[in-house]
Design a binder for this molecule. Sequence first.
Ligand code: ADP
Length: 179
Amino acid sequence: MKLILIGIQGSGKSTQGNLLTEKLQVPYLSTGHIFRTLAQEKTPLGRYIKETMNAGFLIPDEKTLEIVREYLSRPEYKNGYILDGFPRTIKQAEEFKNGVDKVVYLKVSDKEALWRLSFRNSDREDDTLTAIKKRIELFHKFTEPVIDYYRQNNMLVEVNGENSIEDIFKEILEKLSLQ
Ligand code: ADP
């Protein structure tokens, strides 16, 4: 099964992604994680990615698409994956098809998201208040249209991301007819 997880910062995508990976026995792939690894490289690309991320901005679509395509062409992703953090813009969604089955939207309010993020123990260099606020702003501006796009394509599964971890996971499985 090929799944996309979508939701505001702090909505619990990686928590649910890891549970889904275990349940479905397909790998989990996070573009944020890929970019954080690339940002450590002492190359012009590495330095560019680091600066962009630390400001809370998005990596340009073409670069992001190229990197995601390269990863997903690897044999371990052939039979399925859980994708977190991508697509984040309409252009990424339109250019990326790849036989995705469903898109799970973890719905959480800004207030709850900010509350959770303020308690998150993070060692991420881009988890400064300024960068988080920027990412939330860009989520509303660029990623909410992506949610509408998948809704119109009948691919969206919407779950209440403000419940407990177990209840959210149950709701996802039910809505994907996996339980
Ligand atoms: P969060 O969920 O807190 O926003 P992520 O780990 O998903 O964090 O992303 C961290 C950063 O990685 C983003 O701010 C952005 O710079 C970059 N990034 C991740 N995914 C994408 C994407 N699909 N398109 C562009 N940039 C991305």
